[in-house]
Write a protein that binds this ligand. Structure first.
Ligand SMILES: [Fe+2]
Length: 359
């Protein structure tokens, strides 16, 4: 395997790298492109920045997974910094609807739309991107129980078709980053197998469609583990290079390739340029933090049934009644949040302050 040892003098300072946060990269942001052979890239401090593995996955396993994973993404407005800085007077797209943003509200990467009646929406949105989550999710305020994602639960055949691919990526991780794999395996051993993907060290996979991410660091994954990426591509295109602007190095991730990467360094993609109809399905495999708190499937189900309504009786009854009660609780929480803060803090579709689902 080729090895590249980066030098401090060839890297951007932390300060200059930070300035790129939320922006889109191009070919001026890298000097080295890994695109043809297995390569291990080391940071100036000697730690591994990434391992690029060319055609390491068997083509058949990719072929089976592609039709499944190309349908695993959805439109999302909850990706924050990776979705990029909003333009000056942004128009917020949600499906076919386009809304004007309310001036003076929100942050550089999130905005609150003006509603038709002229008032400002209580929900903030990032740029719309095509990105979904499959596998399992941990508990949060909105869903105080561990659960399957919608894709895993409802698209059973597609999920099954993706499993050999996920298992093959897991084996690559084990072989080429054994120490990091061992650390991730150790936390998996403490996690209910009902919320781990097969025999892998992953609980969750993010699936992106033709998405040029802006400069960001990944969040929500197990830090002692490692970022694991693959892509499934169709049609003709160039670009979409996975790029570390601080280190001025990039990698072209194509079908059958895997990158094992430090996703806690600033990174983003270069633009994708190609003939209409091309597809680049990029997949990020990870252990979702806090999944080790999950009980067995049955225990989590009990948590659903026995949830208390703010100190009241357990919620236990027909699903309609449960939904009705839940809506009541949500409305109260939403009101309290808005009275106190004025707006929701959107994180993965859920307000981190009150737990209201914002999608
Ligand atoms: Fe990322």
């Amino acid at each position: 395997m080729k090895e590249i040892y980066l030098k401090q003098e060839d890297c951007l300072s932390d300060e200059d790298t930070e300035k790129l946060k939320g922006t889109f990269l191009d070919k001026s942001h890298y000097n080295i492109l890994c695109d043809s052979e297995d390569t291990k890239v080391y940071k100036p401090d000697g730690s591994v920045l990434f391992v690029y593995l060319k055609r390491v996955l068997h083509k058949d396993v990719c072929k089976v997974a592609f039709p499944s994973l190309r349908e695993a993404w959805a439109q999302s407005q909850n990706r924050g910094i990776a979705a990029g800085i909003l333009p000056e007077n942004p128009e917020l797209r949600h499906g076919n609807r386009v809304k004007k943003a309310a001036p003076g509200f929100g942050t550089a990467t999130r905005a609150r739309p003006l509603k038709l009646d002229g008032t400002v929406s209580n929900t903030n949105y990032a740029q719309q991107v095509d990105s979904g989550i499959i596998g399992f999710m941990d508990r949060n305020a909105r869903f105080p129980y561990c659960r399957q994602t919608a894709f895993t639960m409802k698209e059973v055949e597609k999920w099954k078709a993706a499993l050999p691919f996920i298992a093959a990526v897991d084996r690559v991780f084990a072989k080429y980053a054994p120490e990091r794999y061992k650390a991730q395996r150790a936390i998996v051993e403490k996690t209910s197998p009902d919320f781990v993907i097969g025999d892998t060290v992953f609980t969750t996979v993010t699936v992106n469609f033709n998405w040029q991410t802006a400069v960001h660091k990944d969040a929500g994954d197990y830090k002692e583990g490692f970022g694991v990426l693959s892509a499934l591509c169709a049609g003709k295109f160039i670009g979409g290079y996975y790029t570390y602007p601080k280190f001025k190095v990039a990698a072209d991730l194509r079908t059958r390739d895997v990158i094992l990467a430090d996703v806690h360094e600033w990174h983003g993609n270069t633009p994708l340029i190609g003939n209409p109809g091309y597809e680049r399905i990029s997949n990020v495999f990870y252990y979702r933090n806090n999944m080790y708190h999950c009980g067995r499937g049955e225990e989590e189900l009990e948590r659903v049934k026995n949830r208390k309504i703010r100190g009241g009786e357990p919620v236990n009854g027909p699903i309609e009644k449960l939904k009705e009660e839940r809506n009541g609780i949500q409305k109260d929480l939403e009101k309290q949040c808005l009275t106190k803060y004025g707006f929701h803090e959107n994180k993965d579709g859920v307000c981190t302050r009150c737990g209201v689902c914002l999608e």
